[in-house]
Every structure is written in C-alpha cells, then in structure tokens.
Write a protein that binds this ligand. Structure first.
Ligand SMILES: *Cc1c(COP(=O)(O)O)cnc(C)c1O
Length: 329
C-alpha cells in the first residue's frame, strides 16, 4: 500500500505550482539586513507571505484544493470551517471562480475577520467556539445543502499547495546565490511544514529544515517523542494561527520524515519578533507568522557568520489593537 507520505511528491508539488499560478502571487524574498544586526553574522532572508493575496500563505493550499474539485462539486458551493486565515483564503479563491463559499466561523470571531471573509462575497455562519463545533456545523450544512466540504487539515492537495512557497523560495535564492543553510517554518496543524519540508528535501537537499511551534501547544514535539500522532491540551498563545491541539497522521508522517529540527517557543520572543519586523524591516507580520524569527531572537537557531537562513513569514493579519500594544511595549 502507498504510504500517506508517498502521496505528496515533488512532481505533484511542481504541478500544483503551475496550477495555482493565477490565484497566488509570487511573494518577495527579502534580505533583512536590519535584522542581521541582532544576530551573529548570518545572512537573513524573509519569504514574505504577508504580501500574498488575503495576507497569508493559506491562499496557496486553498487554491490547489478548490481547483482539484470537479465542475459539479464546485457548482454545489464549498463549505469550510475556520477561525482564521483559511476562511479568507477559501472565500477569495471561490469568489475568483465565481463559486459559492460558506464559511463556519466561531461566534466570538473578531468583526474585522468576519468582514474580511464577507468582503470576498462568502456567506459566514457564526457557530460555537471550538474547532470541533465548527467542523460539526460544517458537516451538518454540507449534508443539508449538498455543499462540497474543503477541509484544511491532512489533505494532500492543501499540503502540496502550501508547499509551493518552498518551490518559489528555492528558485529565488538560486538566482541570487545557491541555497539556504536553513529554512524555518511556523508550525500549527503542520500542513505548511509537512509539505514545505518535503519540497525542501527535494529541491535543496542540503538545507536544514526547522519548524517552530508554541510551547503552549507542542503537539508535534510530543508526537515525535512518542512516535505517533497525539492530541495535546491547548494552552494559550499569542500565536493564534498555531493553536491546534491535534497532530494528524499525514502531517505527522511528513514532519517525522522531512523535518530536521522541531523547536518550541514561549510568547515573549514572539512579541519581540513582531516588533522588530515592523520597526526594523517595515514589515507587518502576525505573531504566528514570525515565530521563526522569534526562535532566532531567543537563541534557538544558529545565526553565526557564514550561514544563510530563510524565515518564512506566513501571514500579516494581525489584530490592530494587539499590534498597537506590541509597538508600544
Ligand atoms: C495557518 C497558519 C500557520 C500554520 O500553518 P499550519 O499548516 O496550520 O501549520 C502559520 N502562520 C499563519 C499566518 C497561518 O495562517
């Protein structure tokens, strides 16, 4: 039998890249000299997915998934459960395809996020507070109205769409000068890290792949230790995009097989990373998006001279109040 991780191949990732071209934009690979001043001599690059359509890399996975649907599935409308960036991504892609999108969001979703999703023409259903609530509601609506569900987690099409960010970064650094010594990704449910790491191992085999998850929700660190996918209790973290308790099997396998280094990190350096990105680089990144920089600020990544490190800045959808607090700190 084909193992899970054999479904995610570099050939299919390259195909995804061509497939989604009209739905995503190539984002800049930015040399961050002003951040380098904080470190030990390494060259620092930022892959800026905060400039992606909808403000996060999730548009990549959403596009690859929705483009894989049949005409019939698409005409029924798509339904997804999300509290965060995936909601906007699905709404955006569906609207470009002139398909209906129904997004189940939590009752306490910030108005700005709900308006963002509605702004792309999607219908928003506010329901419950937990991820489980939202998934149940999504299943119910799917049943009732015959929508086509497009779940975010553990789906090879989503994973391979996300992975195109590595393909792009690898091309960009090749044009400049060779490759990275290390590439660093935030890790929540792990759909980004799993596919992006897989792509990195094919395209840049000598590049160390690092993932960073919040210390409050260390699902993959614990799962790797135990050798099987686990669900951990969800602690609080400022990195709201990384608050996922469950390690799912496909992501687990891919992370186990392709990630060299998995770190956990507290919130304090994440706040500092948001601040340094804004003030030094003039880049607005959300907390989840700069947990990699935060790990370096915390001394957990070797930033010594002669190394070339890429941090994937996954998104820029930060709450204005939180951003203001961080800038004033
Ligand atoms: C979703 C998200 C992540 C985490 O991606 P996973 O695939 O869940 O690990 C990181 N940063 C941002 C900005 C996100 O929206």
């Amino acid at each position: 039998m084909q193992s899970f991780s054999e479904q995610v191949t570099i050939e299919k990732i390259l195909k995804a890249r061509a497939n989604i071209r009209a739905f995503v934009k190539p984002t800049p690979l930015f040399r961050a000299e002003k951040l380098e001043e904080l470190f030990g001599g390494a060259e620092i690059y930022l892959k800026l997915e905060n400039f992606q359509y909808t403000g996060s890399f999730k548009t990549r996975g959403a596009a690859n998934k929705i483009l894989s649907l049949t005409k019939d599935e698409l005409s029924r409308g798509v339904c997804a459960a999300s509290s965060g960036n995936y909601a906007q991504a699905v709404a955006f892609v569906a609207s470009r395809l002139k398909a209906k999108a129904v997004i189940v969001m939590p009752e306490n979703a910030p108005a700005a996020k709900v308006e963002g999703v509605r702004g792309y023409g999607a219908e928003v259903v506010l329901y419950g507070l937990t991820g489980g609530d939202r998934e149940d509601k999504c299943a119910e609506l799917t049943q009732q109205y015959n929508y086509c569900p497009v779940h975010l987690h553990d789906d090879p099409m989503i994973i391979m769409g996300h992975a195109t960010v590595t393909v792009e970064a690898a091309e960009q650094i090749r044009v400049l000068s060779g490759s990275f010594d290390e590439i660093v990704f935030p890790c929540g449910a792990g759909s980004l890290l799993s596919g992006a790491a897989r792509a990195s191992k094919s395209l840049m085999p000598n590049t160390k792949v690092t993932g960073v998850e919040p210390a409050a929700v260390p699902r993959f660190t614990m799962s790797l230790k135990e050798g099987k996918p686990l669900t951990v209790e969800m602690g609080q973290t400022i990195a709201d995009g990384l608050r996922v308790g469950r390690a799912k099997p496909l992501n687990f396998e891919l992370i186990r097989d392709n990630v060299d280094n998995l770190l956990t990190l507290e919130d304090e350096p994440i706040r500092r990373a948001v601040r340094e990105a804004a003030l030094r680089c003039k880049i607005i990144a959300e907390p989840s998006g700069c947990i990699g920089i935060a790990a370096a600020l915390d001394g957990k990544i070797d930033t010594g001279a002669g190394r070339r490190i890429c941090f994937v800045i996954t998104g820029g959808n930060v709450d204005v109040k939180l951003l203001t607090d961080i800038l004033n700190m």
